[in-house]
Design a binder for this molecule. Sequence first.
Ligand code: AMP
Ligand code: ZN
Length: 114
Amino acid sequence: MTDCHFCKMVSGEIATDVLYQDEQIFAFRDINPQAPLHALIIPKRHISTLNDVPQEQAPLLGQMMHTAIRLAAQEGYDERGYRCVINCNREAGQSVFHIHLHLLAGRAMQWPPG
Ligand code: AMP
Ligand code: ZN
């Protein structure tokens, strides 16, 4: 999608701190980190919200989640703990409408989240 911020990162039009990429997945550091490790894991193809993932594309969500698992381990947080979050639509706090999984680690987290 041409006017999507995250699509522009995937294409290289906007520079970012890339942590991982493969054919389907792109992962980078959040520009406004909420924890010592704050990564965003996105599909390279544009999907606006979780509501737009049909069942046949569910494996893509698994790829995103497994990328988070690997990055958490790579950064040394697998034993300490980490949190994975996807905000869906405005009331949940979604501000960029290209689905992204937040991976947060490196500090004690509160529950319930705000
Ligand atoms: P959400 O509020 O769940 O939609 O999360 C959007 C996230 O994207 C926020 O945590 C922002 O800090 C992050 N973000 C926005 N623009 C950029 C950017 N250019 N590079 C990295 N992260 C970004
Ligand atoms: Zn996009």
